[in-house]
Design a protein around this ligand. Structure first.
Ligand code: ZN
Length: 477
């Protein structure tokens, strides 16, 4: 039986978080929760005679994306009209870029499950404006034009992916890079990142692509993976039994976990692209590109190296701290607030991420602030509290009601470091448990645990265990 290899390409629409819209001064992005039709003007509501002006910040964001994707920045790009009719598109066309996009080429490197690096090429990325939103009632429809004209960067990959897992990895990497650049919220639920999939199957070992289908309406990376797996097996079945694939656009039905036909090729759109007559070509000079280069933040790979060199933490720890931009920001802030790097990594990696996972929360909504973590680590290092007490303070601080410093000061939770007091307790413990003392003397150092435990009880957990160990060794030997 012939085996088939999938050929996958992805189109990602990224909503840029600029202050204003792509071609007018109306608020954009973060202001998307405004009441319907309050962030509009004659231009983005499609009034005749209103003229577009290119948003400089959107151009800068596109360049940042291009630089991070190792792509070519085109010094001259051209905006074009993409004509189609839809109620939430008042002009009857979308301003986009067609044959001369702002970004060409580029690539992303991803890791496959076997650890091998896979290079996925980017075909192009172009700037365009978003359409509005339709809301459908039982026998009426409402239009909200607030989203009309919000800048989008459409990033088109080459058909380089050969499995659903590779497509998934590509998306995770792409999203991470865009988050580090801080050019988009990348929240799929809010529509800030949208994915369309192109898929065809070819006989294994062939280099001739099969008939391509498109899948839309994918609301999460998991949906992309599931939809691809479903379509790959559906098409393999058809091809294996001698059938043929017809060029179609499909929708992913998440509830039923199946793809459904949206439209056939015959009903596909013809957009009649032509250069936008109201905008001159966008011409960039070298100074502008240099300016953007100066604002480029460290990307995950660079940041990882920076952590290893600056803080002497392991590659594993550095990878964990850069696995997400928000985790890295939290770690940076904790260190800035005075936390020692290594214990900060341990607390974040185990206690904080563990608790966030259990509560299904992101680190951006972590109830324990970086300052609290820095304080907690400071108290342990100065010997004011023990590691055990720190865990208790951590649990209390997690409720978010009180800061760590407040909890430590108000509880009187202060570790006892007074050697005279510790010695009194230690002598009592030896008197009460002469066998343990004899065992230690006979070389069984493990027996010291019983004595330390006894003092911890007397001190209500406040004795400094490290000091106590030394005192017992001194007293017994
Ligand atoms: Zn406007």
């Amino acid at each position: 039986m012939t085996k088939f290899e999938p050929v996958i390409g992805l189109e990602v629409h990224l909503q840029l978080n600029t202050k204003s819209k792509m071609f007018c001064a109306c608020p954009s992005g973060a202001k998307s929760d405004l009441p319907p039709n309050t962030a509009i003007c004659p231009l983005c509501s499609g009034q005749p005679g209103a003229l577009p002006v290119i948003n400089e910040q959107a151009v800068m964001f596109a360049l940042k994306a291009g630089l991070a994707l190792n792509a070519q920045i085109n010094l001259k790009s051209v905006f074009a009209r993409k004509n189609y009719f839809y109620p939430d598109l008042p002009k009857g066309y979308q301003i986009s870029q067609d044959s001369k996009p702002i970004i060409s080429g580029g690539f992303i490197e991803t890791q496959n499950a076997d650890g091998a690096t896979k290079k996925i090429n980017i075909a192009r990325a172009h700037l365009e404006e978003d359409a509005g939103k339709s809301m459908h009632g039982q026998d009426y429809s409402l239009i909200d034009l607030n989203r009309c004209g919000v800048p989008l960067l459409e990033i088109v990959s080459a058909p380089d992916m050969r499995s659903a897992a590779e497509a998934y990895n590509y998306l995770v990497n792409l999203k991470s890079i865009m988050q580090w650049l801080d050019i988009s919220g990348c929240d799929m639920e809010k529509g800030e990142l949208r994915v369309d999939v192109n898929l065809s199957l070819m006989p294994e070992g062939s280099d001739k692509f099969g008939t391509r289908i498109e899948i839309k309406n994918l609301n999460s990376f998991k949906a992309v993976k599931d939809a691809l797996q479903y379509e790959i097996s559906r098409q393999s079945g058809i091809l294996s039994s001698g059938g043929a694939i017809t060029q179609q656009t499909m929708l992913w039905n998440e509830d039923k976990a199946v793809t459904e036909l949206m439209r056939n090729k015959e009903t596909a759109q013809e957009y009649r692209y032509f250069p936008e007559p109201d905008l001159r070509p966008l011409v960039l000079n070298g100074d502008f590109i240099e300016l953007v280069k100066k604002t480029m933040p460290m990307l995950p790979a660079q940041k990882k190296d920076f952590y290893i060199k600056t803080y002497g933490i392991s590659a594993y720890d550095a990878a964990l701290m850069t696995s997400d931009k928000d985790i890295s920001s939290y770690f940076d802030e904790a260190v800035k607030q005075g936390a020692t790097a290594k214990p900060a990594v341990n607390w974040i990696g185990t206690d904080i991420l563990g608790k966030l996972n259990a509560e299904n929360k992101e680190i951006s909504s972590c109830p324990l602030k970086p300052k609290d973590l820095a304080d907690l680590i400071g108290y342990i290092e100065s010997g004011k509290i023990s590691g055990k007490m720190a865990k208790e303070i951590f649990a209390q601080a997690w409720s978010g009601a009180k800061a760590v410093s407040e909890l430590v000061e108000s509880s009187g939770a202060s570790q006892v470091n007074d050697e005279a007091q510790l010695e009194i307790w230690a002598k009592e413990a030896i008197a009460e448990n002469p066998k343990a003392a004899a065992d230690i003397k006979a070389g069984n150092s493990k027996a010291i645990g019983a004595l330390v435990g006894s003092v911890m009880k007397k001190s209500k957990g406040k004795a400094n265990p490290a000091l106590l160990n030394k005192i017992f060794i001194k007293l017994i030997s």
